[in-house]
Design a protein around this ligand. Structure first.
Ligand code: NDP
Length: 277
């Protein structure tokens, strides 16, 4: 069987697809661009799940922090649709498939938890709709829930900022951010009982400041000069800049309870890995 990965061409998707291939799985990517081992979103809607799909994962999404794109209503619509509609198309295809995949994994963000300097959130915490991004996370998680009613295991990963040299935050801005995700699966053991919401964050909670210091140190640079909040608000518009200027304390309680092994459990090891090579 093979794994169908929406957005498998992206920063996280590429790393994930490589990991799968290295473990001997077939990978088929759903992409807007044609290519080998790829299908289009239209193919998916018209022809349904490819035969022998054993798992479906969605990692598609228009880059929210693209500094070349202004935060206009049109761009926000792209940000929304590229997540909600793609997840919905995959869910629909699973619903219609004769042979169901074993598992459907969708990603969402820690932006579902309201930024706070005191509250500490885990997977049992109720999310709230308090701004555009939290509403997006809600809807994004919701549209993926239907297949679970037909017995397809659903895993939702509420991801913190993913640190890696090939994309995301680090490549973009070299900016401090609130949380770092440890890295790909440690042992890659099969866990057939994992379901529900998992916080995709490292067990160590770090502040913006701590991250900046550690990252600068790993680069053998003096600590970064803090970027004033108004500059970010100006460049990204406040609704988006909040992702960088505000943060929330998120604990991977369920992730740890399932025995997930972090390859880079703390910010030092993650930063060392990023600047290596
Ligand atoms: P990327 O920016 O690398 O994009 C992932 C893929 O999404 C692209 O390769 C592209 O595939 C597809 N895509 C982009 N725009 C659109 C669009 N308008 N319509 C349909 N598909 C589109 O993302 P990441 O790998 O960094 O992140 C993957 C997912 O994880 C995203 O949904 C993101 O919100 C989420 N996430 C990421 C975090 C991070 O720190 N990186 C943190 C929390 C959540 P193609 O060009 O092949 O169509």
């Amino acid at each position: 069987g093979s794994v169908l990965v929406g957005g498998g061409s992206g920063f996280i998707g590429t790393a994930f697809s490589q990991l799968l291939r290295s473990k001997g799985y077939g990978v088929l990517i759903v992409s807007r661009m044609p290519g080998p081992q790829r299908i289009s979103w239209t193919d998916l809607v018209e022809n349904g799940l490819p035969a022998n799909t054993m798992a479906v994962v969605n990692l598609a999404g228009q880059n929210v922090l693209d500094p070349t794109r202004r935060w206009t209503p049109g761009f926000k619509q792209n940000v929304w649709n590229s997540r909600v509609n793609t997840t919905q198309s995959l869910a629909q295809a699973i619903l219609k498939a004769q042979n169901k995949p074993k598992v459907f994994v969708t990603i969402s963000g820690v932006g579902i938890y309201q930024p706070s300097s005191t509250a500490e959130y885990n997977e049992d915490s109720q999310g709230k709709k308090f701004d555009f991004l939290s509403e997006l996370c809600y809807e994004w998680e919701n549209v993926g829930k239907m297949p679970a009613h037909l017995g397809v295991r659903h895993v939702i990963i509420r991801s913190g900022v993913v640190l890696g040299k090939k994309g995301g935050m680090i490549r973009h801005l070299y900016l401090p951010f609130y949380l770092g995700l440890g890295g790909p699966v440690g042992k890659g053991d099969q866990k057939e009982d994992v379901r529900g919401v998992l916080n995709g964050v490292a067990p160590q909670i770090v502040t913006n400041k701590e991250f900046a210091k550690t990252f600068a140190k790993a680069l053998w640079r003096p600590a970064l000069i803090p970027i004033p909040e108004y500059a970010l608000n100006l460049a990204f518009s406040e609704e988006r800049a909040k992702m960088m200027t505000e943060g929330q304390k998120v604990v991977p309680k369920r992730t740890l309870a399932y025995g997930f092994q972090y390859k880079y459990p703390n910010i030092e090891s993650a930063c060392r890995e990023i600047v290596k090579s």
